[in-house]
Ligand binder design. Sequence first.
Ligand code: PLP
Ligand code: ZN
Length: 418
Amino acid sequence: MADVKELRCVIGDCRFGVDEVSYTCPAHGELGTLDILYDYAVLRSQLDRDGLSDSLAANCWRYKSLMPLAPEAKVPPLSVGWTPLYDAPRIAQKLGLRSVCVKDDGANPTGSLKDRASALVLARAMELGLSTVSTASTGNAAAALAGLGASLPEVDIVIFVPASAPAAKIAQLLVYGAEVLLIEGSYDEAFDLCLETCAAQGWYSRNTGVNPYTTEGKKTVALEIAEQLNWRAPDVVAVSVGDGSIISGLYKGFYDLRQLGWIDAMPRLIGAQAEGSAVLAKAFDQGLTAQDVKREAVSTIADSIAAGLPRDRAKALRAVRRSDGRFVTVSDAEIGAAIPEFAQLSGVFAEPAAAAAYAGLKRALNLGMVSSGESVCIVSTGNGLKDVDRARKSVSGGARVAPNRAAVEQALKSAGLI
Ligand SMILES: *Cc1c(COP(=O)(O)O)cnc(C)c1O
Ligand SMILES: [Zn+2]
């Protein structure tokens, strides 16, 4: 187990013991999200990078020694993480890059990267003996908590989602048997209501940017990317950004690996936001601090990255600045077009928010933020089957054919196949 040295506030120099504070820094409130830090000198002497062999769990728990959990801690049985990392030479060729790989986190049990955070938060809830866990979500964090929660008889899950979430995501929550409140408002409103209810009821809050275990769970994606590339981190990692928690998790994972001396350099993090939900991109370009960020009304087809007040804004701005990365914005049209293009070049079907990372990489190349000699990893954060209605709008074809040979021949001729 990794002994936690301290929880450190991202805003001020406030430090706490692991059992002292559950959520954010009492002095800095919601903005004062916490980093879970270890005694890296001790970990360096105890852990052997090359000893993380095939004999270890083929899921995120292969890094339990880098997580804030006791070795004997119970974890959810569903297998989260250790998702495939695919080489994508056709994307590299199309974009003129040295190499491109795709981390397919849509292959997680409930279809998104959010499973990593929910898995660790549930393990922590069991450690604390808390039986009700709740979150607000644009959909995927909720599905992750509901699905992993369904694998554990001892916890009940309560979900706050906007009623406007895609139908497949809501169906997932109900199928898993969570208590679901469809809030007739925005994600931001659902979030505030969930926080207030958790505080009033004493429920464990999984909320993004509030519970520091979410970042520690999400960091495992960075640990995996590094290990799957034989401990050579890519030059650039492209990922989409809503609340900013995933990009903060990526930063933390690579940060831990740098502290351990397991990788030589921190990748530059490129955060892709939708033009209609670009609070962090604008803050970054204007040189604002997290304190200066104001809530905005947002709108995008990429529901998973619609966030009017990004809850992990402090960590996300820091991650991009410290990694010498950038934010980019992409239009809904670019996101829509990216879904089939990315799928046809890589074989990975991404939901709109996940395809935004690919669109964002293209934008970053156009702006000269990435150069042709570099290696890039695109994190595909969610499975395309999460929102088939949106995907269907990005493709044509599928003409109807009468059930006879002549009609089939006619169809093949018009398709130019025969
Ligand atoms: C949550 C999510 C994101 C964005 O992550 P943030 O932590 O909110 O920035 C991107 N893609 C998918 C599929 C997601 O579910
Ligand atoms: Zn503080």
